[in-house]
Design a protein around this ligand. Structure first.
Ligand code: GLU
Length: 398
């Protein structure tokens, strides 16, 4: 057998915890187990018909050759209009790069900006791949802890205390995956005040959940804060808002020199994003956000249901998220307890217990930088959510 000779970076790279749990749930389902999958952050709606039509037309119209590396010109113009309409941001087409999912946009930015040893700061809980991609480029990922008591948000003082001369990039994500927390305008302005003192730090604002926002929550794009535009890269995509996870289209608005660098990277790695999916994205972004509001209304019903039901279970401490489709209960109450002959030492054990004894797939908070919590995605039907709650109650009461 050939010697296993993986690179050091890949050896230390963890598999994506969200995708790993989804794969495990799929595997158990294929073995005939009745698993309810609340692990993956993926809308359970179909892509709207008007978007699918645009893709079918693109096939008929022979959009089959290599697209421009940074995206079709008319799509980039549409993204500029979207940024203006939804985010009050004035990007020009040469500041836009279309990629294979927001995840690739993030990877491009990390590769473009970070040298080995540079520090990437991000409030915890954070989305699993920020840390992993930082490690791929040999940057140091530094998380700033938060907890249930602060609605999983950090203070300006915490941000300032975490900054070092090596800090190069701050990654913000609101609405947040996994907590669903949303920073208010005032909270973001207060973080920006700190950053004004450190002009060499760039900000990556991951706004992929912007449209999944519940009443009374207000959202602001970080780049819209005075003095932040020239140092912020705004990342977004169509996966979550338009139920287009599999189409793999993300995009960024960035200072032109960063956009150019990301285009260069992408030109060597993917040659650009899928042509048909780009045409579909054009239709999605040109539509009024009202057109997809039915999904947000449905998510809100589910959120209200799951928050109210799960908080009745002893040991689950849950906040009331203002966006995205996750809850992130603190389940540390169960640590050290033995239930159904299983000792629960930590959140990983708890997630495994729920999978094995209740057939519910969730993701341990440890992967998101908070080992006291569990991420539950409620992108599932009301029926599934009700059944899941019953199963969790039963498994815990045995
Ligand atoms: N972003 C989604 C999640 O957190 C999809 C999976 C992934 O890319 O991590 O579940």
């Amino acid at each position: 057998m050939t010697k296993i000779a993986l690179s050091e970076q890949v050896k230390k790279l963890p598999a994506s915890a969200t995708l790993a749990m989804a794969a495990k749930a799929r595997e158990l389902k294929s073995l005939g187990k009745n698993i309810i999958s609340l692990s993956l952050g993926e809308p359970d709606f179909d892509t709207p018909d008007f978007i699918k039509e645009a893709a079918k037309n693109a096939i008929s119209e022979n959009y089959s050759s290599y697209p421009p590396v940074d995206g079709y010109a008319d799509l980039k113009e549409s993204i500029c209009r979207k940024f203006k309409r939804d985010n009050l941001l004035d990007y020009a087409p040469n500041q836009i790069v279309v990629s294979t999912g927001a995840k690739q946009s993030i990877a491009n930015i990390f590769m473009a900006l970070l040298n080995p040893g540079d520090e990437v700061l991000s409030p915890a809980p954070f989305w699993v791949s920020y840390e992993a991609i930082a490690s791929l480029v040999n940057a140091k990922f530094v998380s700033i802890p938060s907890s249930f008591d602060t609605d999983f948000k950090i203070s300006p003082e915490q941000l300032e205390a975490a900054i070092t001369p090596k800090t190069k990039l701050l990654v913000l994500n609101s609405p947040n995956n996994p907590s669903g927390s949303v920073y208010s305008k005032e909270e973001y302005y207060a973080l920006a005040e700190v950053l004004k003192k450190y002009p060499d730090i760039f900000i990556l604002s991951d706004e992929i959940y912007e449209h999944i926002l519940y009443p009374n929550a207000s959202l602001i794009s970080f780049a819209a804060i005075p003095e932040m535009f020239d140092r912020t890269i705004t990342v977004n995509g169509v996966a979550k808002a338009f139920a287009m996870t599999g189409w793999r289209i993300g995009y960024m608005g960035a200072p032109e020199w960063i956009a150019k660098a990301c285009t260069k990277i992408q030109g060597q790695i993917t040659s650009g994003a899928n042509s048909i999916a780009q045409r579909a994205t054009l239709a999605a972004l040109d539509a009024s956000p009202q057109k997809i509001h039915y999904m947000v209304e449905e998510f809100q019903k589910r959120k209200d249901l799951i928050v109210s039901e799960i908080s009745k279970i002893e040991g689950f401490k849950v906040n009331n998220p203002q966006g995205a489709f996750y809850i992130f209960p603190d389940i540390s109450y169960f640590f050290g307890k033995t239930i159904q002959n299983t000792l629960i030492k930590n959140a990983d054990d708890f997630a495994m217990f729920l999978l094995e004894k209740a057939h519910i797939a969730t993701v341990s908070g440890a992967a998101f930088g908070n080992p006291n919590c569990l991420r539950i995605s409620y992108a599932a039907s009301v029926e599934e959510i009700k059944t899941a709650i019953e199963r969790i109650k039963n498994a815990l009461s045995e």
